[in-house]
Design a protein around this ligand. Sequence first.
Ligand SMILES: Cc1cc2nc3c(=O)[nH]c(=O)nc-3n(C[C@H](O)[C@H](O)[C@H](O)COP(=O)(O)O)c2cc1C
Length: 207
Amino acid sequence: MQIDPSLHANAENYKLLTDLVVPRPIAWITSAGDSGVVNLAPFSFFNAVGSAPPYVVVGIGNRDSGAPKDTARNIQTSGEFVVNFVTEELLAAMNISAADFPPDQSELEAAHLHTAPSVQVRTPRVAEAQVSLECRLFSSQALGANTLIIGEVVMFHVADQLVGPRMHIKDFAPIGRLGSPSVYCRTTDRFELARLRYAEWQKLVDL
Ligand SMILES: Cc1cc2nc3c(=O)[nH]c(=O)nc-3n(C[C@H](O)[C@H](O)[C@H](O)COP(=O)(O)O)c2cc1C
């Protein structure tokens, strides 16, 4: 079946895209605007896009009213944000933080979470998260009814027990997002596949 997005409603294209581009990592973003209230919300239009220097991207849609979400507004105002990662014990708190709280109410309090200070940015991170990335806004660009945020990672926070020799990360199992609206996956079912050199592939096809 071929499906031309230009012939379908935005809601249908959203379903298709989010059911097909899976699993997606979840950026659980702390941000703060002029009021100083620390905002927390999850975003799965998220990924890492470069490592020299390290960059992440986040796609934030407008609210149905057309107004920007608090996270997009805060990032544009403050020029910074923190990406926290959701592991299984934080799932319930993540779900609470996704509710449409008014801007003057902190999702952190509602979800019984705490903040820990950041080092390079003023925005705090989630104390309970095993991993957080402090980010400085590199650019913000309108993409239709979305805002594309590119952030430069200026500090990694990684729980000591996750860091092995030579920056090897072990036993980190963040939750992934599958289809919309509420399907998730664990990342504990893993396997290794050694990368082939061309000469090795040639040997395989010569057999
Ligand atoms: C797992 C998950 C992933 C989400 N991903 C996105 C996303 O990528 N982009 C987006 O605009 N909203 C996303 N949402 C919805 C926002 O989290 C939600 O609109 C939230 O209320 C925004 O909060 P804010 O206004 O405080 O920024 C997601 C929700 C959940 C539960």
